[in-house]
Design a protein around this ligand. Structure first.
Ligand SMILES: O=C(O)CC1=CCC(=O)O1
Length: 93
């Protein structure tokens, strides 16, 4: 199942700088592990924003929820999920 996910990151200004840096490092490692596994095949920076557009390829809504809620930055994110279906005009489908 494919999902389009928008993540907007809003880290509080008063978060301890060491906690912030550690969380961002852990976020990168967590994300890259999922990218290498094939569960997170695309991630794009949204120009001019601390946000990304991502594609997830997972087995279920529950799996996606588990992966997203495990993001180290999850407490500081607004996340919008859009389920994707095959377009009838897609020449690659
Ligand atoms: O910087 C972001 O967009 C948040 C994020 C998600 C995965 C990652 O490595 O950073």
């Amino acid at each position: 199942m494919l999902f389009h996910v928008r993540m907007d990151v809003n880290i509080p200004d008063d978060l301890d700088p060491d906690v912030r840096a550690d969380t961002v490092v852990r976020e990168k490692a967590y994300s890259q592990d999922l990218q290498r596994s094939g569960k997170w095949p695309h991630i794009w920076r949204i120009v001019g924003e601390y946000s990304n557009y991502s594609i997830f390829d997972v087995e279920s809504n529950d799996e996606l929820h588990m992966l997203l809620s495990g993001l180290p930055l999850f407490p500081y994110m607004d996340i919008k999920v859009t389920p994707l279906a095959t377009h009838p005009s897609d020449v690659n489908a």
